[in-house]
Design a protein around this ligand. Structure first.
Ligand SMILES: Nc1ncnc2c1ncn2[C@@H]1O[C@H](COP(=O)(O)OP(=O)(O)OP(=O)(O)O)[C@@H](O)[C@H]1O
Ligand SMILES: [Mg+2]
Length: 258
């Protein structure tokens, strides 16, 4: 099933090496002039307009913006769930827009950990099985290793005693934490989280964001966290703001007033 996957590599077609060496040096993630226009009926919605950003390995950045400003659209494009209308997205040298649908599936399964705004757990699997399910999809590690990792994550997320519960037997915040554990299960290069703390109280929210920050720093990942919560911004290295689809880097996060 995976034999025909061709990883992007300068020697292989599909990636222009000149692009890879671009202005952002060793940025693991780089966006150039990325836009997304949704067609709905006769009208068009320009959800993201000319977004350019670069994020490096071991960087954890936050993405702030009001409802409808394009946050979910932007991280969905970065995670290969949505194709940009124009512009280019490079993840570790892979031009995400140039991947075939089969390659995209593999890219998402192996390199991206996505935590959606709604937890989106498999309803008939327990919390622990929701984590283990990820590793059955990609079979990179043994069952035993996967179980060890799942149990470790569940414990770090304060869910050890909820491991056998089905999603319907969990609170909203617990479901969200299971979704975070699931996103970290496959050891992704890129962690994309959409409002991880919305359903959590402050104490738990901090713990979850600290865990994400630790994961990024200790395991050499790159993380983007969408948040409305300015208290969580302090756990990130840099802040981007998006307003009406226009992305900007916030030079002085301390100046943010909400
Ligand atoms: N599938 C779609 N078709 C048409 N318009 C869409 C679609 N998805 C999103 N939009 C529009 O694109 C804009 C950006 O939406 P997006 O979901 O990215 O915002 P957001 O910043 O994540 O908002 P929130 O904080 O409420 O989650 C909004 O105006 C939204 O209505
Ligand atoms: Mg959203």
């Amino acid at each position: 099933m995976t034999d025909d996957f061709v990883p992007a590599h300068p020697d292989q077609p599909g990636l222009d090496p000149a692009v890879d060496a671009g202005e952002h040096g060793d940025a693991i993630l780089s966006l150039r002039d990325v836009s997304k226009v949704y067609q709905s009926g006769d009208s068009e919605v320009r959800a993201v307009s000319g977004a350019t950003m670069a994020v490096e390995q071991e960087e954890f950045v936050s993405l702030l913006g009001p409802s409808g400003s394009g946050k979910t659209t932007l991280i969905s494009m970065i995670g290969g769930l949505l194709s940009p209308t124009s512009g280019q997205i490079l993840v570790g040298g892979t031009d995400v827009g140039a991947l075939s649908s089969r390659e995209l599936t593999r890219f998402r399964a192996e390199r991206v950990g996505f935590v959606f705004q709604s937890a989106n757990l498999v309803p008939f699997l327990t919390a622990r099985e929701n984590l283990l399910y990820v590793s059955t999809l990609q079979k990179r590690v043994s069952r035993k290793e996967a179980q060890k990792r799942a149990d470790q994550l569940l414990s770090e997320l304060g869910l050890a005693d909820r491991a056998k519960n089905l999603p319907e037997q969990l609170s909203g915040g617990e479901r969200q934490r299971v979704a975070i554990g699931r996103a970290l299960m496959n050891d992704p290069d890129l962690i994309l989280v959409d409002e991880p703390t919305a359903a959590l109280d402050t104490q738990l929210g901090r713990q979850v964001v600290e865990l994400l920050a630790r994961e990024v720093k200790q395991r050499g990942k790159t993380g983007i966290m969408v948040t409305h919560d300015l208290r969580m911004v302090q756990y990130t290295d840099r802040v981007f703001e998006i307003l009406d689809g226009h992305l900007t880097h916030v030079e002085q996060p301390s100046a943010l007033q909400h």
